[in-house]
Design a protein around this ligand. Structure first.
Ligand SMILES: Nc1ncnc2c1ncn2[C@@H]1O[C@H](COP(=O)(O)OP(=O)(O)OP(=O)(O)O)[C@@H](O)[C@H]1O
Length: 307
């Protein structure tokens, strides 16, 4: 569905050139749900805008939905759906009309457009809202309408740019369920670790315009060596030297072991035998944030807080 090689984009600014995307290779197979994960400014939107023909690459080439990005951008546009970060619907339009209009815009007959709109409204849980003004929809409903608009012309591939940004946790979860059920190839960008983890078959991690890791969420997490064991004890500093790479933060000592659940029983027995007073014990599986930390030395969460 997508095959990109060496895709790059440089922006000339007053402060000098900005290498927003530095030669990205991408392969997305039919039916896959692939996420592009990275902090703010990593180059996600720029890549997406190139793949959707909104921005011309400064280098590289790509086949998108069977068409050459550089020589047949119109063919690409016909075959893909794009849902950007900004709401797509006219706020003073009615939901049903807006969707039908979008179908007409893509060349569907009135009848076909109406039929297709009704099907999408049902699939995205918007039935009954046809006559509502777009401006009166909730954030989650608006986002689902945007996705319906992106799917009206039956694209085989749809691009979603930060689909759940700004939604409350319940609406995000609901949106994810809908995205999973779309039945088309999906390529989305996100800076949310939980979104990538829950939604994506495969994740590409991008940082400073280059892909730094790629794999299924589980594969990526398995690359981080081991589970994190966190022990709360007043003797944290005394016992830390027993564990390779242990860090101490007040009464808490943390270290990694290959398989936390298996290591725990004997670990607890030996600490108990030495008279160590344990107040709490936790085992954490690696998260995608640990992956990002391992690859880049920075936490995605720090970027989130800074944003
Ligand atoms: N039109 C532009 N002119 C100059 N620099 C740009 C332009 N568009 C993007 N950039 C820069 O390119 C880099 C990548 O930006 P991009 O928007 O692709 O990142 P992103 O990963 O999508 O981030 P976000 O999550 O904030 O949207 C950033 O340093 C950004 O400032």
């Amino acid at each position: 569905m997508i095959k990109a090689r060496g895709l790059a984009r440089r922006f000339e600014t007053r402060q000098g050139p900005v290498e927003a995307v530095r030669g990205v290779d991408l392969d997305v197979a039919e039916g896959e749900l692939v996420g592009f994960l990275g902090p703010n400014g990593a180059g996600k939107s720029t890549t997406l805008r190139m793949l959707t023909t909104l921005l011309t690459p400064t280098a590289g080439e790509a086949l998108v939905a069977g068409c050459d990005l550089l020589t047949d951008p119109a063919g690409v546009r016909e075959r893909i759906g794009y849902v950007g970060q900004q709401p797509g619907g006219g706020q003073d339009q009615r939901v049903g009309e807006e969707l039908e209009l979008q179908g007409r815009f893509h060349g569907l007959s009135r009848h076909e457009s109406r039929r297709r709109a009704a099907g999408l409204l049902e699939r995205l849980d918007l039935t009954g809202l046809e006559k509502r003004l777009v401006a009166t929809l909730s954030g989650g409903q608006q986002r689902r309408l945007d996705i319906a608009m992106g799917l009206i012309h039956r694209p085989a591939l749809v691009f979603l740019d930060e689909p759940s940004t700004g939604l409350d946790p319940q609406s995000r979860r609901n949106l994810w369920e809908h995205i999973r059920g779309l039945g088309v190839t999906v390529f989305l960008t996100t800076h949310y670790l939980d979104e990538a983890d829950f939604l994506c078959d495969r994740v590409l991690v991008i940082d400073h315009g280059a892909i730094v890791a790629e794999g299924s969420p589980d594969e990526l997490k398995n690359r981080v060596s081991g589970d994190l064991v966190v022990l709360g004890t007043p003797q944290a500093a005394r016992i830390a030297p027993r564990f390779d790479g242990a860090t101490v933060d007040g009464d808490v000592v943390s270290f990694r072991v290959p398989d936390g659940d298996r290591a725990l029983p004997s670990l607890l027995r030996s600490l108990d035998a030495d008279g160590v007073e344990l107040r709490s014990v936790q085992v954490h599986r690696p998260t995608l944030d640990d992956v990002f930390l391992t690859m880049t030395g920075r936490s995605l969460r720090e970027d989130d807080r800074a944003a």
